[in-house]
Design a binder for this molecule. Structure first.
Ligand code: NAP
Length: 249
């Protein structure tokens, strides 16, 4: 029987991994939380929605005969990773964590690193024009800053109107560095608030900020402990090949 791989996904790395695994003699299931309205097509099988905590996930692992669990969820997804580690332990299956490396400050970056959204709120100076590059569930905490103009950029529209005194909403994906530069200039942005997501898709705004000397208030990743963590898809493929006894090129 083909080994079955469960990818806990919702990230570009998870999609990339599913694509690579599609050519191997494996059954591949990607699990999504089900929050994105129109998720991109993925290789292999896809399931959607929560499992009901670590115990629920352990039951799913048993029921589907999962051989290896890959936790490729987002660095800021706080609950699913500990649940996955516990579930794999309960079910007695190997687990590997795939986490894209965090961005590192480089010459010319003006970054203020904070550890929470609340700290980010306090770090904004009065009268600033801020690009809030955060998901819709992270905006409400900025409501008290009526002295600040927010440009809120997100991919999916918020379910309810944003509770910010002075703001504009831009529904768009991040662009290339030159597009980001134009965007920051056009809207006279003085500060950016974002998270240290890592990867290339949303790094362009930080390159543009460096060029325009715009300060960035960067919300650090939550600390998590992973017994078996790697930073790229290649390392996961090697782990799966070794565990499943596959020969790879
Ligand atoms: N947090 C972010 O900023 C962010 C950004 C981009 C993508 N994502 C992706 O969006 C998903 C949800 O993020 P979140 O921050 O809400 O996560 P979370 O707080 O860690 O998870 C909350 C609950 O959602 C369910 N869940 C999360 N990821 C799941 C998955 N891949 N498959 C099935 N159920 C899942 C679990 O429910 P049960 O306990 O019922 O199993 C989990 O306890 C994650 O898969 C993550 O990779 C998150």
């Amino acid at each position: 029987m083909r080994p079955t791989i469960l990818i806990l996904g919702g990230t570009t790395e998870a999609a990339e991994l599913a694509k690579h695994l599609a050519s191997l003699p494996l059954r591949v299931i990607t699990s999504l939380a089900g929050r994105t309205r129109d998720p991109a097509r993925l290789h292999g099988e896809v399931r959607s929605g929560g499992f009901g905590g670590a115990e629920g996930l352990a039951r799913y692992i048993e029921a589907e005969g999962i051989s290896i669990v890959v936790d490729a969820t987002h660095p800021y997804a706080m609950r699913i990773s500990p649940n996955a580690a516990r579930a794999a332990e309960l079910a007695g299956r190997p687990i590997i964590r795939l986490e894209r490396p965090a961005w590192r400050k480089t010459e010319g970056d003006d970054w203020q690193e904070v550890t929470s959204l609340e700290e980010a709120v306090k770090a904004i100076p009065p009268g600033a024009r801020v690009l809030l590059a955060l998901g819709r569930q992270h905006i409400a905490v900025f409501a008290g800053r009526s002295d600040v103009h927010f440009v809120v950029r997100m991919i999916d529209p918020p379910e309810a109107p944003l509770d910010l005194t002075s703001h504009e909403l831009v529904l768009a994906r991040p662009g290339k560095a030159e597009d980001e530069e134009a965007f920051l200039k056009e809207r006279r942005i003085t500060h950016i608030v974002c998270r240290n997501s890592g990867g290339t898709a949303s790094y362009a705004k930080l390159e543009a900020a460096r060029k325009l000397k715009i300060p960035v208030i960067l919300i650090a990743r939550p600390p998590q402990n992973f017994a078996n963590a790697v930073g790229d898809v290649k390392a996961v493929l090697a782990f799966i090949a070794a565990q499943a006894g596959l020969r790879t090129a």
